[in-house]
Design a binder for this molecule. Sequence first.
Ligand SMILES: NC(=O)c1c(N)nc(OC2CCCC2)nc1O[C@@H]1CCC[C@@H]1O
Length: 340
Amino acid sequence: MTVQPDPALRVKELRDLIDQHNYSYYVLDEPTVPDAEYDRLFTELRALEEANPDLVTPDSPTQRVGGLASGAFGQVRHEVPMLSLGNAFAESDMLDFDRRIRRTLDLPEGDLFAAGSSVAYCCEPKLDGLAISLLYEDGVLTRGATRGDGTTGEDITANVRTVRNIPLRLRGEGWPAVLEVRGEVYMPKAGFERLNAEARETGGKTFANPRNAAAGSLRQLDSGITARRPLEFCSYGIGRFEGELPDTQVGILHRLRDWGMPISRELKLVEGIDGCLDYYRDIGERRSSLPYEIDGVVFKVNDLGWQRELGFRAREPRWAIAHKFPASEEMTELLDVEFQ
Ligand SMILES: NC(=O)c1c(N)nc(OC2CCCC2)nc1O[C@@H]1CCC[C@@H]1O
């Protein structure tokens, strides 16, 4: 008589394997198995869960797609407001931003690079998507919400669960019992072009740009539709949390990555305003070759103690700014002028 392996043990083993492969593929960008092997594991897990329905849990990788189409979205109140970002358009705006910070922090005005007078900034591209909040309780994703007006958003939990690189449970250990992860859902350029090409062929609705496509896809009442849209998520910070976290912006993002959250591959820690301007120029040169649309870069004071000291002005943090690129048509004018 062959001994049937305990289905509960095999289900746990398969889930751990699939979560590990997802982490390598979506967060480390280093696939560990061929798709065929991944699909075999997934098919075995789905079959085991169908044969043993009492083993199904919401954080199983089989439970992503196709929540019930609800009548409308519930409301979610953001305990920690989801703020917007101040904008810098010219280099002088960036110099003012840095000078204001150093003055508020009472750093020596003297020579910019005198020890202790420059501020370390965490830099990343400003993704042109939709800001969302993901709530993880005891490491399990329990709620997804749009930013809305910053205080009240829409409950889009069933839809965010279909975004393949949003983990349904945190990996590793040491994550806070309550952790609200914030970031941007966006549609990569290639997925956007494919979606519009399909829509033109089938007479469906086309979208003007990837940002509208992402917003429209996330706010579908039928999550089965969302599941078929090429959406991705990138985390850039946290909201509410109960537990311990590092005291730097980069430190927090590295922990989020360890716990299975995708963060920007362009993340960089720079020193002082010159480091910011070099980063802005570098991303500006590579903008058209990035696989997603951006409308600027975001700079944040890296030290969280200083972030708290700097606080917010109305709805914008004094410790963060978006340095925008000229809109593409202006950019051509700009380049025309420069190369005439
Ligand atoms: N779109 C982005 O890539 C982005 C980012 N990388 N980082 C932040 O940090 C802000 C959030 C509140 C204080 C700092 N915000 C971003 O986008 C904002 C969110 C809401 C409005 C902008 O889209």
